[in-house]
Design a protein around this ligand. Structure first.
Ligand SMILES: C[S@@+](CC[C@H](N)C(=O)[O-])C[C@H]1O[C@@H](n2cnc3c(N)ncnc32)[C@H](O)[C@@H]1O
Length: 179
């Protein structure tokens, strides 16, 4: 029986509005709950790469998703975002992350540029913060300050456009599109 994802992950998956054929990168994918929810929705060439720099995190992603890895739907990568090969460029249709702080920690600009280079033109970047209503993360994970910081980092990247922050409902969501 497949496990139910946590509420913030279940909501995030709905918000991604997947067709199922996307080439997806999840940044900071440990412990693999979103991958476990998305994997079964994939069809055709649909594929998800789960990236995390933590060895323990990557082990948890693999443990949770071994069947999807074996089926070729999921690739698990233990690496820091900035060390991912830029070639081939534009290899993802969608990049998303939940509660990952690389948009306000250093090297902030290199982090955003690396993500933008991995997206195809028109590809979507979707970032989520917080765990849901009443999670107590205002100003840290789900608050307006986080949204402003992240939106400013994305607007500072020439390769990204249409930066939108939706702070009206928890979790906070910031999106952008690759030019
Ligand atoms: C707070 S956890 C988020 C867990 C999960 N996405 C969620 O929302 O429940 C942040 C994750 O991002 C990973 N991470 C942070 N910076 C990273 C980077 N530069 N490259 C790859 N992974 C990174 C961390 O190792 C950690 O597993």
């Amino acid at each position: 029986m497949s496990e139910q994802p946590p509420a913030h992950i279940a909501r995030l998956i709905r918000r991604l509005e997947l067709t199922g054929t996307e080439r997806i990168l999840e940044l900071g994918a440990a412990p693999g709950a979103a991958v476990a929810g998305i994997g079964p929705l994939l069809t055709g060439d649909g594929h998800i790469t789960a990236l995390d720099r933590s060895a323990v995190g990557v082990r948890r992603i693999r443990e949770r998703n071994q069947a999807l890895v074996d089926a070729g739907r999921v690739t698990v990568v233990q690496q820091d975002l900035t060390t991912l090969a830029p070639e081939p460029p534009g290899r993802f249709d969608l990049i998303f992350a939940s509660n990952v702080n690389v948009f306000w920690t250093q090297p902030r600009k290199a982090n955003v540029d690396a993500l933008a280079a991995l997206l195809r033109p028109g590809g979507r970047l979707r970032l989520f913060y917080g765990y849901g209503p009443g999670d107590g993360t205002d100003g840290v994970g789900g608050g307006r300050d986080t949204g402003s910081l992240v939106a400013a980092a994305l607007r500072n990247c020439d390769a990204l456009t249409a930066v939108i922050m939706d702070g009206a409902s928890a979790p906070l969501e910031i999106s952008a599109v690759r030019r």
